[in-house]
Design a protein around this ligand. Structure first.
Ligand code: PMP
Length: 359
């Protein structure tokens, strides 16, 4: 067996220790005589798996007791609709700061349900975050939505916006659990699982309890936060296997030293990769240095004609899935929690060597 360093943006690499544990549990989870995939979600075994995952997530993020944690289906994109359907109440307006492709999709979906307004976005390409002093936010908005990390463009907030009395809503999909987070600053946080959390098929929603009273009567029950919270996210069959693997990932993060330790490692990995990109004229990253992502590092080669060769040789060197998103081209290295430092080192070594051989 030979595993590659997988730089995919999601579904993405998982900690090898977690995969090994899942493999061990596969045929017989803890003496139950069955795999987690085959269990009733109402049975004692799965309920204990679900509860333990939530408890560990609460501990990792120090989630205050007045927040509900939901484990739902429909992905992060499902929440693009779920958020207005749950949070508008008697309001018509919702504000969106757009700093990349996912924020753009979020506001487009939101506009099906309300007066969703782009209150700030950079002029030209998505390579920076507009100064909050310029945001045209509205006091009567039901919420202010932003995307802390834009997976495609590699633009990340290293700070939390101040939305005043308006609930702050954040799509943490590609930077969830990459560092500690003050959950109390948010009305709602959501994150698709398939980057830092586990396999695809689940979205985690962390929502402040006082926001559970305003869902639209049209809101489908599977998206209804109050109803799902009441049913411990089991109003219908939950994404059981993903929930279980996520629980194993939470245990693994705790073993690594929790989110502070994760942050230290993530910052170091990203800094080393950006330093390599900046050092050589051969590579470039267009993002404002203060808003560069720790998780998704897009870069281009000075001569795009070499892209194919770069990818081919990288693949041969065991460095997989480095092709950038089709909308921006070039390369993208996603270096989530589960990407070991050795993987980033191997990429850097390859990049230096490739540049040397071409130069
Ligand atoms: N938001 C962000 C920031 C993402 O990166 C993605 C997936 N790449 C999504 C939303 C959509 O997530 P899903 O595919 O889980 O619906």
């Amino acid at each position: 067996m030979s595993r590659v360093y997988n730089f995919s943006a999601g579904p993405a690499t998982l900690p090898e220790a977690v995969l090994t544990q899942v493999q061990q549990d596969m045929l017989d989870w803890q003496g139950s005589g069955m795999s987690v995939m085959e269990m009733s979600h109402r049975g004692k075994a799965f309920v204990s798996i679900a509860e333990q995952a939530e408890a560990n997530l609460r501990e990792l993020l120090a989630i205050p007791s007045n927040y509900k944690v939901l484990f739902l289906q429909g992905g992060a994109a499902g929440q693009f609709a779920g958020i207005p359907l749950n949070l508008l109440g008697d309001k018509q307006a919702a504000d969106y700061v757009v700093t990349g492709s996912w924020g753009k999709k979020a506001v487009k979906e939101g506009a099906k349900f309300c007066d969703a307004k782009v209150v700030a976005q950079p002029q030209g390409a998505f390579t920076s975050i507009p100064d909050p002093a310029s945001w045209q936010t509205r006091a009567d908005a039901a919420y202010l939505h932003y995307t802390p990390n834009e997976t495609i463009e590699g633009v990340e907030y290293h700070w939390i916006p101040d939305s005043g009395d308006v609930p702050l809503v954040a799509d943490f999909s590609s930077t969830f659990l990459s560092r500690p987070l003050d959950v109390s600053k948010f009305g709602l946080i959501y994150a698709g699982a398939q980057k830092n959390v586990g396999p695809a098929g689940m979205v985690i929603v962390i929502v402040r309890e006082d926001l559970l009273d305003r869902a639209s009567t049209q809101c489908p029950m599977v998206l209804n936060y109050a109803q799902q919270a009441e049913a411990d996210s089991m109003l219908n069959t939950p994404p059981c296997f993903t929930w279980y693997v996520a629980g194993e990932v939470f245990k693994w993060i705790k073993q690594q030293g929790g989110l502070e330790a994760m942050a230290e490692i993530n910052e170091r990995k990203a800094a080393r990769l950006y330093a390599t990109i900046d050092e050589l004229d051969f590579y470039a990253n267009p993002v404002d240095p203060v808003s560069r992502s720790w998780m998704n590092v897009p870069f281009t080669l000075a001569d795009a004609a070499l892209d194919g060769e770069f990818l081919k040789q990288a693949e041969a060197a065991g460095l997989s899935t480095l092709k950038g998103h089709r909308s921006v081209g070039g390369m993208r290295a996603s270096i989530y929690n589960a990407m070991p430092e050795g993987g980033v080192d191997a990429l850097i070594e390859f990049m230096l060597d490739f540049a040397r051989r071409q130069g």
